[in-house]
Design a protein around this ligand. Structure first.
Ligand SMILES: Nc1ncnc2c1ncn2[C@@H]1O[C@H](COP(=O)(O)OP(=O)(O)OP(=O)(O)O)[C@@H](O)[C@H]1O
Ligand SMILES: [Mg+2]
Length: 482
């Protein structure tokens, strides 16, 4: 049969079946139809070895969107894009194109060697009410088919796997937020920092160790529950300004798909307010307290300022009003308040959370704050070495190797330059001869740094020498006087 004839034949068969179905629907009373459907389904059930489970999009009396349906939709999205012939496309969170299978499509899946089939479909409500949103009458569903011999495996482990994976995909695709506290309230913007561990300049082994630690943490819900510990982990990032502490926090959030809470302690009135803020944070989040050494000095500074105001007040009574105003303003968050919270209430909040502290001066921090259990992992971010430079050269100049690299290596070993400064010099300033020029700029800057270092050392040496000479003269003079 030639194709045209074949289609004509197929068309007439489908047309015939539809005609029979229409007659059936029109002339058989509803009750009779229902009975015929019911018994035919039973009959099929005896001989048909497959089980079917339906997941409706809307459930309950108030027709809420079913969580299982959305999880399945996410789970099937990657399979749909490779298997289904008709797909639906949507842009979610203003960023990525999400594909899902169109109605009445089918895709297969495999779990522990067992094959299952998912089909999508929709029921159209019979009530023909007038509405501006006709799609509301459509009720979508997914149907899962599998062999009845695999009932236990599919209903148990497979469906658990589908729901868990589907939820994880949703978390990965969701639009993440950056929260900042304005006094006792969080406000947020969309978090879209481009930093990743790939672009972070750091020794590769150290970087891998941190990535492994984070991934292990994010998957360790059962482990934490089994040892009776809250699913929390504390990180302390320390190092000079411009070494990538904030960049690393953004990379952490991007790696795990967590929200970020940037907690400004100096804007928090007291421990009660701190507690409230921390309780309000959501699961799957990183709580960041930057420059913890400065934030916690606050109480001390405040006291000093108050004492000063009291002195001034004796001189000028008009200061009284200003003093009262100031007293009510500053933060009274204490180290012990923060510690209590990390150990206590916050640990009782469900879900995984990371808390990250940063400081430029690790030696200034109270030992109680940084002990293991509170700050589980201490990470030093330091001056740029050759390994870090190579990452920056790859990021900024798309260079893997260059004849100037050995020179840069030698210079980096002689001086301390932060990755932020190195990156600044690698920033292309024009399009011509980009890489070579940038490397020359960097080499020049490094040589200048080394020169400055030498001059400084010489000056310090001279100062020390003259101080020592003065001291000698003083001792000679005093011994003369004796
Ligand atoms: N290790 C690094 N890898 C990649 N880029 C870096 C690194 N360190 C610094 N940079 C670049 O320098 C800029 C400043 O870095 P960042 O803000 O992370 O430093 P910081 O350690 O948080 O400094 P501070 O202590 O002043 O807060 C970043 O925007 C980034 O582009
Ligand atoms: Mg920073």
């Amino acid at each position: 049969m030639v194709p045209a004839d074949m289609f004509a034949h197929l068309g007439s068969t489908i047309g015939g079946l539809m005609f029979v179905w229409a007659i059936f629907q029109q002339y058989f009373p509803y009750e009779l139809r229902r009975h015929i459907e019911k018994y035919s389904q039973r009959l099929v059930g005896y001989v048909y070895p497959y089980i079917q489970i339906t997941f409706n999009e809307f459930t309950g009396e108030r027709l809420m969107r079913s969580e299982a349906y959305s999880a399945i939709e996410n789970y099937l999205s990657s399979k749909s894009s490779t298997q289904a012939k008709r797909l639906k496309a949507d842009i979610k969170n203003n960023q990525s194109l999400v594909l899902s299978m169109d109605d009445h499509e089918e895709v297969s899946d495999e779990f522990k060697g067992v094959k299952v089939w998912w089909a999508s479909g929709k029921n159209i409500s019979k009530q023909q009410t007038f509405s501006y949103t006709p799609l509301n009458d459509e009720k979508r569903y997914y149907k899962l088919n599998f062999h009845k011999g695999q009932r236990e495996l599919i209903i148990g482990p497979y469906l658990t796997h589908v729901l868990k994976e589907g939820k994880a995909i949703r978390v990965r695709n969701r639009q993440r937020k950056l929260y900042t506290n304005n006094g006792s309230h969080w406000s947020h913007v969309v978090f879209e920092h481009p930093a990743t561990f790939k672009t972070l300049a750091m020794e590769p082994e150290k970087k891998q160790d941190i990535i492994d630690d984070l991934m292990a943490f994010s998957k360790a819900e059962e482990f934490y529950a089994s040892i009776g510990r809250a699913w929390k982990r504390g990180y302390l990032l320390y190092g000079p300004p411009g070494t990538g502490k904030s960049t690393m926090i953004a990379a952490m959030a991007n790696l795990l798909g967590y929200d970020l809470y940037d907690l400004e302690l100096t804007a928090v009135k007291d421990n009660t307010e701190l507690r409230r803020l921390l309780i309000e944070t959501s699961s799957k989040s990183i709580i960041v307290i930057e420059d913890i050494d400065c934030s916690l000095d606050l109480t001390g500074q405040r006291r000093k300022r108050k004492e000063k105001v009291e002195e001034d007040e004796e001189k000028d009574p008009r200061e009284k009003l200003a003093k009262e105003e100031r007293e009510t303003k500053p933060s009274q968050v204490t180290l012990s308040g923060l510690l209590n919270f990390i150990d206590g209430l916050w640990s009782a909040c469900r879900g995984e959370r990371l808390i990250v502290f940063t400081t430029n001066y690790v030696e200034k921090l109270d030992a109680a704050l940084i002990r293991k259990g509170r700050m589980d992992k201490h990470i030093e971010l330091s001056y740029c070495n050759f390994e870090s430079f190579k990452v920056l050269a790859r990021n900024y100049l798309k260079l893997e190797a260059h004849h100037l690299f050995p020179k840069v290596r030698g210079l980096l070993e002689q001086t301390n330059m932060t990755p932020a400064d190195v990156a600044e010099h690698l920033m292309p300033k024009s399009l011509a001869g980009v890489a070579e020029n940038c490397l020359h700029n960097l080499i020049q800057a490094l040589e200048q740094e080394i020169e400055n270092g030498k001059l400084k050392a010489e000056e310090e040496g001279k100062e020390k020498k003259s101080a020592a000479e003065e001291k000698d003269q003083d001792t000679e003079a005093s011994s003369d006087r004796k």
